[in-house]
Design a protein around this ligand. Structure first.
Ligand code: ADP
Ligand code: MG
Length: 353
């Protein structure tokens, strides 16, 4: 285990600026998830941590060592990729022990490491099988086993679950999290899936276009997004965003609909802004605002309702079952304490002091 420190990290491919100055502090034993849309630079950053990609500027430390110029094999890290190819002609045990064999570790020691990893991963009964005799989830576990036997300072994962079907993905994400709780190895995990980030991370780093938009715990990002990008990226269905301005004691949408605010930030009156309301922060209320229902999606545990508030489409999620049909008018009220306000120009959160 070791902390990882990333300082002013930049990457250029020719004239393309892919990482534009990244700073991230990762504590010893922390599970950090890098999340962001495809192409934002997540894999590049991970590959730079692994030493597979050069550094244009900045510094990476693993523990107290600057590793900028250290070869991958000397960094004491292990990486699990999306396309983890197992050796088809080797049994599970040999697949798992192969990297140790390459490092000339004595056979009995390899056996001990492989047995221990197999126990952690529940693979004891499968050590004599070939990859073709395994399910997708079991193969994924073997791929993780190959990383675990190395007992590295840091695990790096690049979208390791994206080739699995939805159900297996949910199961494996719980397994990886449980594994981290057992091994407590510092982990950097890349995904484009915000739910994976929310459910697995101690700390999430939201990236866009080669910059870090926000770093925080899953609930910090959910409850206090720093800007419109994070507000829209974290959470599903996404936060409703309504344009307008602060006017008097409330928010006035462009179409004149007035939405409540519990606190009015200083000097914000008249300021062009975006009102943010998460779908579950609308309640049904006789005193609420009229909204015309367009779609009703019952999921069983909750009901998702798409409706038009004034001229803005909004999504509401209700825990209760509602009878509304498309074309009906419901009355909805955002909970003012949970409302967000963002500057219309910069997209930055405006908070009452
Ligand atoms: P992500 O993993 O977030 O989807 P990547 O890190 O793979 O994104 O890519 C970030 C950007 O860098 C993309 O625009 C990609 O096309 C570009 N890129 C990645 N690798 C190279 C390379 N070897 N040469 C040139 N451009 C690259
Ligand atoms: Mg990638």
């Amino acid at each position: 285990m070791a902390p990882v420190t990333i300082n002013g990290l930049r990457k250029r491919f020719g004239t393309l600026d892919v990482l534009k100055g990244i700073d991230i502090d990762i504590a010893n034993g922390e599970f950090v998830v890098l999340v962001g849309p495809s192409g934002c630079g997540k894999s590049t950053l991970l590959r730079m941590l692994a030493g597979l990609e050069g550094i244009s500027a900045g510094e990476i430390r693993i523990g107290s060592r600057v590793v900028n110029d250290l070869a991958p094999k000397d960094r004491d890290i292990a990486m699990v990729f999306q396309n983890y190819a197992l050796y088809p002609h080797m049994k599970v045990a040999d697949n798992m022990g192969f990297s140790l064999k390459l490092r000339k570790m004595p056979r009995p020691n390899i056996g001990v490491r492989v047995d221990r990893a197999a126990e952690v991963l529940g693979l004891q009964q499968l050590l004599d099988r070939y990859p073709r005799q395994l399910s997708g989830g079991q193969r994924q576990r073997v791929a993780m086993g190959r990383a675990i036997v190395r007992a590295p300072q840091v695990f790096l994962f690049d979208e390791p679950l994206s080739n699995l079907d939805a159900k297996l993905r949910v199961a494996m994400r719980a397994e990886i999290k449980a594994l981290h709780q057992k091994l407590k190895t510092t982990t950097v995990y890349v995904t484009h899936d915000q739910i994976e980030a929310m459910t697995m991370a101690d700390k999430i780093v939201v990236m866009r276009d080669g910059v870090v938009e926000q770093i925080g715990s899953p609930l910090e990002l959910y409850d206090r997004p720093a800007n419109l990008f994070v507000a829209g990226f974290i959470g599903s269905p996404a936060m409703n965003q309504i344009r307008g301005k602060v006017n008097g004691g409330a928010f006035e949408a462009a179409d004149g609909v007035r939405l409540p605010l519990s606190q009015i930030p200083a000097n914000s009156s008249g300021r062009a802004a975006v009102y943010g309301a998460r779908p579950e922060h609308f309640t049904l209320s006789d005193n609420g605002l009229p909204a015309e229902v367009s779609v009703v999606e019952p999921t069983g545990s909750e009901t998702h309702v798409m409706a038009t508030l004034g001229s803005t489409p909004v999504v509401c999620v209700f825990r209760e079952r509602i009878r509304a049909k498309p074309g009906d008018t419901i009355r909805i009220a955002p909970v003012p304490e949970f409302a967000h306000l963002f500057d219309a120009d910069t997209g930055r959160s405006i908070r009452a002091a």
